[in-house]
Design a protein around this ligand. Structure first.
Ligand code: SF4
Length: 415
């Protein structure tokens, strides 16, 4: 069967759809584009109003295709139950792993729940580029930040057996992959057989091979001296997306984030005091209910003192079923938009300052592929670099970097 995938949202959704796509192709199905496919798989996201609107648009476009015999599977966080509406099959995250089996035998859909829910029964994905690949280690969350639907749509936290994660990393390392991005909803809360994320990381770093491990997004609550030490390991990518959301103590409390601005900075400094160049990025919500100019000023100040190289900026949107959706002191859309622009300008200047700090410095570059006479990739600080010569893909090189103001990237010469 010819199938097309449209995926929205987080790295976890991406990791899952990459695995499903691999399994379908290994079962003999052909991956193609929407116009040539007779099966559309929409991997939805409902974390913001905007992502939910995108999901609906994708669904309508597939419905409009209306070719005879076309089937549509909507899965991901907007599919909370198993149901069928004509040619549209809704499959929740718990049963997403069964999609390859259902595509090979559609009658299985009628008894899908007899096969049991699983969050980890995904096969390792295969990718054309053997540079970076996601490894899912955890799912779900019970922190209940007041703006977030994820605990509702992805359920309670669950961690993958350590041995399964180790086996997958070994298999992928043997297959030649060079960077493993550990993904989940709240990977800081990883816990299996009483062992947490530090233990898992130490085990992964003991696996022989020339590769690096990259932690994706993590809550500051999970950062301690032990994690800060592990992040200095030569095989660890020196980058962390340390989710902040706001720089105002009052707003963080309303969000139920569980830390204060000063506690956040203490966690960041735990890592930075061991490596002054460590690369931090973050997520910020602007326009959370009740956010005043002073709250926003506190956010700008904390973002400046943290020295983030990049900030994902989200304009607050009320999500059905969340506590924040009941909050009445809404911030007008034009104020949210203005604050987003101010923060974005500040972040552009911070990114430039951070990239400039690599002027005439040595770092380790992982080449991903060449185009127009140069090779592109990232250094160990997860900063994009363009080498001034064509290099074999998927190999590590020691380089000396310079900051290209014109192009706002780093360029590098192999040493
Ligand atoms: S930690 Fe908060 S923001 Fe993150 S998934 Fe859990 S509830 Fe959502």
């Amino acid at each position: 069967m010819k199938f097309a995938v449209m995926s929205l949202g987080c790295r976890l959704n991406t990791a899952e759809i990459q695995s499903l796509s691999t399994a379908l192709q290994e079962a003999g199905h052909e991956l193609t584009d929407r116009d040539n496919a007779c099966l559309h798989i929409i991997n939805s996201c409902g974390v913001t109003a905007a992502s939910e609107r995108k999901t609906r648009r994708l669904l309508y476009r597939s419905i409009e295709c209306a070719r005879p015999g076309i089937k549509i599977i909507l899965t991901g966080c907007c599919a909370e139950t198993q149901r069928r509406e004509g040619s549209i099959y809704y499959i929740s995250n718990d049963y997403k792993y069964l999609i390859p089996d259902i595509v090979s035998d559609w009658s299985l859909f009628e008894r899908i729940e007899t096969r049991g829910a699983s969050r980890f029964a995904f096969k390792p994905a295969k990718r054309s580029s053997k540079t970076r690949i996601n490894i899912k280690i955890q799912d779900g969350c019970d922190n209940f930040c007041t703006y977030c639907v994820i605990p509702i749509v992805r359920g309670a936290p669950v961690s993958r057996p350590l041995s399964a994660v180790l086996d997958e990393l070994r298999e992928l390392a043997d297959a030649g992959y060079k960077e493993f991005l550990l993904t989940g909803v709240c990977i800081g809360s990883y816990s299996y057989d009483g062992q947490g994320l530090p233990y898992l990381l130490e085990k992964l770093l003991l696996v022989p091979g020339n590769f690096r491990v990259h932690l994706s997004s993590i809550s500051p609550l999970a950062v301690d001296e032990h994690i800060a030490d592990i992040l200095q390991h030569p095989k660890m990518v020196k980058h962390l997306s340390l989710s902040l959301q706001s720089g105002s103590g009052r707003i963080l409390e309303k969000m139920n984030r569980g830390y204060s601005p000063s506690a956040y900075m203490e966690k960041l400094e735990l890592v930075r005091k061991k490596n002054q160049t460590f690369n931090f990025t973050t997520d910020i919500i602007v326009g959370f209910p009740g956010e005043t100019d002073d709250d926003f000023a506190a956010t700008l100040e904390l973002v400046r003192s943290a020295g983030f190289s990049h900030v994902h900026i989200f304009r607050y949107s009320p999500r059905p079923g969340t506590k924040a959706a009941q909050m009445t002191d809404r911030v007008p859309e034009h104020v949210k938009s203005a604050r987003g622009k101010i923060l974005s300008r500040q972040c552009a200047a911070q990114k430039k300052k951070y990239y400039e700090s690599f002027q005439e410095r040595e770092s380790v570059f992982l080449s991903e592929g060449a185009k127009n006479g140069v090779s592109r990739g990232f250094n160990e600080y997860y900063v994009p670099v363009e080498s001034n010569t064509v290099l074999p893909a998927n190999e590590f090189f020691r380089i000396r970097t310079r900051f290209s103001e014109k192009r706002s990237i780093l360029t590098g010469d192999v040493l």
